[in-house]
Design a protein around this ligand. Structure first.
Ligand code: CAA
Length: 384
């Protein structure tokens, strides 16, 4: 066992760090305040190959490993978690799902442009539509239906809190095709946003990751051709669970980035700010906070990298990805809150960035499975 990054991994870290500092930092406060989708930044991410980072180059991807993905997600999330969630959903939930379970035609038609993040010169990204107004954690209780009409399915229902909802061109939609079969009656469909009957609801006015593009999506008698089913009829819930296991590595890495970003800001501030005649880093009350922050960041990073390593080596990562996500997201919430505390009054205003990181941290305990859902998954895995 060794804990050193390869030269290639170090280059990924540097590329992601440069991108985050040069392209994301300018304007991050304004984009957050005005909920402005970071379109230019996502286009640049696509140019770096980061929108299909793990996809096989034969399908337009960069062919990198999951460790690289974690490293890049951490660096970008230190600065702008609204950019990184867009990258995470496109990589983990959309591209991975299509690459693992889509057929050759679906890969050529959808995966290639999604992995490149571009089609005909325009931004081309995807979204993952599982959550509904009454089916969040209880994901088997889908109300969206898809009725077999011979050569196509007719899709009806509403999906909620969809990341990339307004900017995506392609949706992977989970819907009930046979309610009598419970989780085995759910099917995944590839749906294009511009098809008749698809409506994008208003953008959600959120606490954090405010620049990310979160909408409800409504389907009213949308005709979906049968060739757009992923896998087979009834495979949708397994598809969602398998895909989310990898998604949880991405969100864990996002939480890790928020945590390490907040820690680094607190560390830097504590070296400069003086109180009671000395830099506040020399007060034990602050040192203890910094020590706990550094320890939690390191633990979160190791959990993320272990899960990524398992995924890259064909080992079941259901348990490790949930452990990484629950730990990293709770560390991010705690560290960012303490980073605000270290900054005192300055931490409570936007210019110092830590209040945004604190607001951004909260969602990592909620999306792609709440902390409570992660504990269900962990509990079932360790008790089986
Ligand atoms: N792999 C394969 N199969 C799985 C599985 C997995 N990881 N997990 C469950 N299954 C199977 C089960 O074996 C079971 O099959 P059988 O009936 O044959 O036994 C079937 O699926 C149903 O599973 P459960 O009985 O365990 O289902 P449950 O109702 O108890 O729910 C749950 C389990 C873990 C709570 C699950 O519903 C869950 O993960 N919920 C959270 C959903 C979620 O993460 N939503 C996030 C939305 S996406 C998002 O946030 C994206 C974004 O925009 C950022």
């Amino acid at each position: 066992m060794h804990f050193q990054l390869t030269e290639e991994h170090k280059m990924i870290v540097q590329a992601a760090r440069d991108f985050a500092r040069q392209q994301c930092l300018p304007g991050v406060i304004e984009r957050d305040e005005h909920q402005k989708f970071p379109r230019e930044q996502v286009i640049q991410l696509a140019e770096l190959g980061f929108m299909g980072l793990m996809v096989d180059p034969a399908y337009g991807g960069a062919g990198m490993d999951t460790i690289s993905y974690v490293l890049a997600m951490e660096e970008i999330s230190k600065i702008d978690a609204s950019v990184s969630v867009c990258m995470s959903v496109n990589n983990s939930l959309v591209c991975w799902g299509l690459e693992a379970y889509g057929n050759e035609d679906q890969k050529q038609k959808y995966l290639v442009p999604l992995a490149q993040g571009r089609k005909d010169g325009d931004l081309y990204i995807g979204a993952f539509l599982l959550s509904e107004p009454e089916a969040g954690s209880d994901a088997t209780s889908q109300r969206t239906t898809a009725e077999d009409k011979g050569d196509h399915y007719l899709l009806n229902g509403t999906k909620n809190w969809i990341t990339n909802g307004g900017s995506a061109s392609v949706y992977l939609v989970m819907a009930q095709t046979d309610p009598s079969k419970g989780s085995k009656g759910i099917t995944t469909f590839i749906v294009e946003k511009n098809w008749p009957g698809v409506t994008v609801g208003a953008k959600e006015n959120k606490m954090g990751i405010r620049a990310s593009d979160t909408h409800s999506i409504l389907f009213n008698d949308v005709k979906v051709p049968k060739e757009n089913i992923i896998g087979e009829v009834g495979f949708g819930f397994t598809f969602a669970m398998k895909t989310l296991a990898g998604g949880r590595i991405g969100i864990a890495a996002q939480a890790l980035g928020i945590a390490s970003g907040a820690y680094e800001l607190a560390l830097e501030y504590s070296k400069q700010r003086k109180a009671f005649g000395k830099e506040i880093m020399n007060h034990q009350a602050i040192q203890f906070k910094l020590a706990d922050m550094a320890t939690k960041v390191e633990a979160a990073r190791l959990l993320c990298l272990k899960s990524a390593w398992e995924k890259d080596n064909g080992i079941d990562y259901t348990l490790s990805s949930s452990m990484a996500k629950v730990y990293a997201s709770e560390a991010a919430m705690w560290i960012s809150t303490e980073a605000v505390q270290v900054h005192g009054g300055y931490g409570y205003v936007k210019e110092y960035h830590v209040e945004r990181l604190m607001r951004d941290a909260k969602i990592t305990q909620i999306y792609e499975g709440t902390s409570e859902v992660q504990r269900i998954v962990i509990g079932r895995q360790i008790l089986k």
